[in-house]
Design a binder for this molecule. Structure first.
Ligand code: FAD
Length: 397
């Protein structure tokens, strides 16, 4: 029998942070994971460089049934606290865009910092450990039956993350434990995920596969202006991933391919100047020519490509403005958990303390990280949530 003050299941971002914090407070901590390695998502994130936080973090960057839930932890362990931690270890990092911080070298450097912090706290890390059963012990605390024997602990932390990338070890374990102990689990969907199309729209995206265009995408009252990438299955790129957090099946997404440009006025000016250049050439200061040609062909407005600007009617101007600035698309679906970066939804935060992450149903039980119904935007927000919730919980267990 292995006795611990605290057992944490899931050695990902949140579990490692929680283990290091609790261990350094003198708690005897075991960190268990069924995978062969710890922190796999840290290693694969940000193209191998891990976008570990963002200079600009606020509750508005998160989705949750309770939009206030994330505020307490995010204010008690901020991006500046995490930056101070990595700077203490001399991690070389840089801002890529929009406040997003990445390792200069490898995500492994960041994982090594978390492992060093766990080491400082004397955390026992056990990989290859399957959890078969979790029970409340008659004397209080919990008893775990695992492939590595029995564990007993006073505090049990569930940090098993969401459902994305099952091949990396993602499971629904955390949701099952939550239900076992009387918690509600909200609807879950693949999020920060590329969209797929069928039929003519699929043919269109395939013909443009590899082309990236800056765009403003809007859905359900939320907008993002970032790059949108055409793929062989549909659309991806930061703009598509961001808006996927807000999209539900059947929803339309509006795309403005010329954000900030007053296209009707610009076209009228070109008409007035009787511009000789073709529309494709004139628009190429804003958009790739190949994109403009395909786009107009797809929308049966091919003749506008040849038509001298001086001959344009107002109706032509309106038609072009509509297809370039108010394009409505209805994706067939998403690529799903196979490629999603996160799971939207999770354990309902109503029965979890936003300060300690303790279950309000079962004393001694805690939930942290992505397994909760808190989903961040693309840009380091999900890791910051893992660090913040892990830290606050680790200070309480
Ligand atoms: P995880 O990091 O997923 O950890 C969960 C752990 O639990 C895993 O080690 C898993 O093996 C273990 N586990 C699961 N089930 C069981 C079980 N039954 N028994 C035992 N152990 C179990 N976010 C960012 O902020 N920036 C990025 O750059 C970024 N890039 C990403 C790139 C990709 C490809 C993906 C998939 C995600 C990315 N994310 C990024 C999201 C981020 O990785 C997650 O939000 C974050 O890792 C969640 O932390 P977590 O500790 O809650 O869960």
């Amino acid at each position: 029998m292995n006795h611990y003050d605290c057992v944490i299941i899931g050695a990902g971002a949140a579990g490692l942070m929680c283990a290091a914090t609790a261990g350094q407070r003198g708690r005897k901590v075991a960190l268990l994971d069924h995978a062969n390695k710890v922190g796999k998502k840290i290693l694969m994130s940000g193209g191998g460089r891990c976008n570990f936080t963002n200079y600009d973090i606020s509750a508005e960057n998160y989705l949750s049934g309770n939009p206030h839930f994330c505020k307490s932890a995010l204010s008690r362990y901020t991006q500046w606290d995490f930056i101070a931690l990595v700077e203490k270890y001399g991690l070389a990092y840089h801002e890529k865009t929009l406040g997003q911080l990445f390792c200069d070298n490898k995500a492994r450097d960041l994982l090594n910092i978390l492992l060093a912090e766990c080491d400082k706290g004397g955390v026992d890390i056990r990989t290859h450990t399957e959890i078969f059963q979790v029970e409340q012990a008659p004397t209080g605390g919990f008893s775990l039956t695992t492939s590595a024997g029995r564990y007993e602990c006073q505090s049990l932390v569930i940090a098993t993350g969401g459902l994305s990338i099952p091949t990396m070890g993602a499971t629904g374990f955390g949701y099952d434990i939550a239900k076992q102990f009387g918690h509600t689990v909200t609807r879950r969907d693949a999020a920060l995920v590329p969209f797929t199309f069928k039929g003519p729209w699929l043919a269109l995206t395939q013909s443009l596969a590899g082309v990236a265009v800056p765009a403003q995408v809007s859905c359900a009252g939320q907008s993002f202006a970032e790059a949108l990438l055409f793929t062989h299955k549909g659309i991806s790129g930061p703009a598509a991933l961001q808006i996927s957090n807000y999209w539900y099946p059947e929803d339309s997404i509006t795309v403005d391919w010329l954000p900030g440009v007053d296209l009707p006025n610009q076209l009228k000016q070109w008409r007035q100047n009787a511009e000789k250049a073709s529309l494709g050439t004139l628009l190429s200061t804003y958009l790739p020519k190949r994109f403009v040609v395909q786009w107009l062909e797809f929308h049966d407005e091919k003749e506008l490509l040849q038509k001298p600007l001086a001959d344009w009617r107002n109706r032509d101007i309106d038609a072009l403005s509509d297809i370039l600035q108010m394009w409505q698309m209805r994706p067939t679906g998403t690529e799903g958990y196979r490629t999603a970066e996160v799971t939207r939804g999770g354990i309902d935060t109503d029965d979890v303390s936003s300060k300690t992450f303790a279950s309000q149903k079962t004393p001694g039980l805690y939930f942290i990280g992505e397994v909760l119904d808190v989903t961040g935007w693309l840009g380091g927000y999900n890791f910051q949530w893992a660090w913040a919730s892990g830290y606050c919980c680790g200070n309480h267990v």
